[in-house]
Design a protein. Structure first.
Length: 339
């Protein structure tokens, strides 16, 4: 009898299956009303009294082993079935992962940074919430200066004025305050102007401004840098500088690039002239250098600033500036292939 019990124990231990029918057959075999255990307990009645204790314990152990085995097999079968519900068919080919795309503003911003970093410009950033000094006064725009109206401002607090920066020139002031020339930096960032929203203008947009200060920096240096930029960025090699006015530069100019008149779109975006205005620039006004504790007798510099949206609209033929901020996936998806 002992030998039989041991054989059954081994049989139970070795039993493996993941079919519920086989588990049920196993249960009937051992624990059913005509099962092995029933028969063994029947035979147990005939066992000699001196062996009863030992054999009784073995029989109980056998019954517990069979019950445990059945529970264990049922448990793992259920687990497998619920895994299947979660993962489905594990041998099925994978679903393709939806890749996101970089926002066109980021793409163009990175391109601009890349072009200027090749000629030694570093990147500087500053706060979007500014004080009056860094956004206006230090840039040669004292209180009541009429040119303050050129940039309709969102004020956060009055006296002292705290505002949303209207241009990234504020970053240049901060940079000059904290660094000694030579300075070669570009400042990309978000700017805010209290303007009506239309297809061509928005109250939030992005700029990149450049600043170069050293001894003997001339207007010719500025022109050459701008020419390099337009060649690299747009593949166009004709620019013109029109006299303009900015309080922080003197002389100041507006930069046009010759876009050409090859297609109907060229006619449309250049209004039939072939020329496109892309940025403002000029030689840093000596007052601005003084305000940042840079000696204008020793140093000169140039600065320029452009809107990133405007350049992105040109490069990708985007007709409406509002598309940048709507987060419409159908629009954003189109930039997947651009890194
Ligand atoms: N800050 C000017 C603007 O926002 C752009 C500019 C920058 C012009 C630097 C000249 C020099 O329009």
């Amino acid at each position: 009898m002992k030998q039989k019990i041991n054989d059954h124990l081994n049989d139970i231990q070795d039993f493996r299956t993941d079919s519920s029918e086989q588990i049920e057959a196993f249960r009937i075999k051992y624990l059913g009303s005509k099962g092995i255990l029933k028969q063994l307990f029947e035979a147990f009645k005939e066992v000699e009294p001196s062996l009863k204790k030992e054999i009784g314990q073995s029989l109980n152990h056998l019954r517990n082993s069979a019950t445990d085995k059945i529970n264990e097999l049922k448990g793992s079968l259920e687990q497998k079935q619920s895994d299947k519900k979660v993962y489905g068919d594990l041998s099925r080919p994978g679903e393709s992962v939806q890749l996101g795309a970089r926002h066109p503003i980021s793409i163009v911003k990175n391109q601009i940074i890349e072009v200027f970093s090749r000629i030694g410009f570093n990147v500087s950033e500053g706060p979007e919430i500014e004080d009056d000094w860094h956004n206006f006064t230090a840039l040669n725009l004292p209180e009541y200066h009429p040119a303050r109206d050129m940039q309709d401002t969102f004020f956060i607090e009055k006296d002292p004025d705290i505002l949303l920066r209207t241009h990234t020139s504020s970053v240049q002031v901060r940079y000059m305050e904290n660094h000694k020339p030579p300075i070669r930096t570009i400042s990309p960032g978000r700017v805010f102007r209290n303007e009506d929203i239309s297809a061509r203008a928005h109250c939030i947009f992005h700029q990149v401004e450049g600043l170069y200060i050293d001894t003997d920096v001339s207007f010719a240096d500025l022109k050459q840098t701008l020419l390099y930029f337009t060649k690299e960025m747009f593949g166009k090699s004709k620019i013109r500088l029109r006299p303009s006015y900015f309080p922080f530069t003197e002389p100041s100019a507006e930069v046009d690039i010759y876009w050409g008149l090859e297609t109907e779109i060229d006619y449309k975006i250049t209004k039939g002239t072939g020329w496109l205005e892309i940025m403002g620039c000029g030689m840093v006004d000596p007052n601005v250098l003084k305000n940042a504790n840079i000696d204008p007798e020793i140093y000169t510099g140039y600065a320029f600033g452009m809107g990133i949206e405007r350049i992105a609209m040109l490069l990708y033929q985007i007709p409406d500036i509002r598309m940048f901020y709507e987060n419409d996936v159908r629009f954003l998806e189109q930039f997947k292939s651009v890194v």
